[in-house]
Design a protein around this ligand. Sequence first.
Ligand code: PLP
Length: 397
Amino acid sequence: MRYDFDQLLERRNTNCSKHDNNTVLFGSDDVLSMWVADMDFPVPEPVVDAIKKRAEHPVYGYTFPQASLYEAIVNRVDRLYGWKIKPEWILFNAGVVNGLYSAVEAFTHIGDELIIQPPVYYPFYSAIKNTGRQVVYNPLKEVNGRWEMDFEGLEKLFEVRTSFPARTPRIKALILCSPHNPVGRVWTKEELQRLAEICLKHDCLIFSDEIHCELLAPGVEHTATAGLSPEVQANTITFMSASKTFNLAGLATSYVIIPDAKLRRRYMEARAGRNSGNVFGYVATEAALTQCDDYLEQLRDYLYGNFKFFTEFINTRLPQLRVAKSEGTYLAWVDMRALGMDTLELQRFLREKARLALDDGYAFGPGGEGFQRFNLACPRSIVKEALERLEKAIKEL
Ligand SMILES: Cc1ncc(COP(=O)(O)O)c(C=O)c1O
């Protein structure tokens, strides 16, 4: 079927985090919301049908995932990434962030260190800090407008910690964002291989957050980190969900793939008693993974069109700004440092003058200052309106 992503969908008054919180979060209701990462598009029809069908049975009691959902995940991961997994490796969580907290608690101790590569999705910091662990930064490098991982920097982090006076390595895991929110990189197989080898060498687990893995620009391929080799597979915990691709975040259902039996057991013990997915999340996820390829294909085309429009507008009409080339995700990462504003000035300018609700770059950690993240998963007319607001505000500076 054809989906109409140009359609303006009224989301206000649905307790929608993105549009119903503007006054509280951005100081005014008169802002265009392009921040939190969900989409202003309807979900695919088979997902709605699956939820309706399940809703017809009037008991929504404790529920476990259906066998066909495990099968759907096994088949999809093989079909899209050539990674062969087993149903028993899959566990469900009430969202990827929820699952990351469990992983931090399962595989590290209070005081241990975990590496993240900023600028990066900000709940990675809280998952480490709020559980009493320490954040260690291996910042990305911007090389000719493209963001790259700093492998030498990563090696040095381990080296410093194994020499006098620290001696005892306390780095236990690296949280990888693949594809990377907010810079839009889809890491190549070679990059992931190099990262995985360094981590293996230093006994450092990889928590690979692959929630954006299906949102790819034309010609770009995602590599599942754990699919690289049996050794990497045994050292990697993979987080996935249908929620970004098919707009299901409110269903709070995601899955984690843990091939190593001992690690899986530890994970299960650590998160015991915590919620898993839910009755509607399970059926919705299965429908999304098995019946919605047409939606995904059209969505990718549309998002690519939005990126093209966004980038061309900025390059031609706002040349003082720079957009990172997007390989994946629906998030555009824009360098606004040339406006010469500090963090607070930029925040006020965007909210009060441009009337835009965006994600401030500084929140993504070191290297994010002076940048802004735009969520382009909305009708093109909204992208245009946002850019025109921004252009007008910049002209009036
Ligand atoms: C990299 C990344 N991980 C996790 C999440 C959130 O996942 P969940 O809602 O399943 O916790 C997001 C949402 O933006 C994200 O960008």
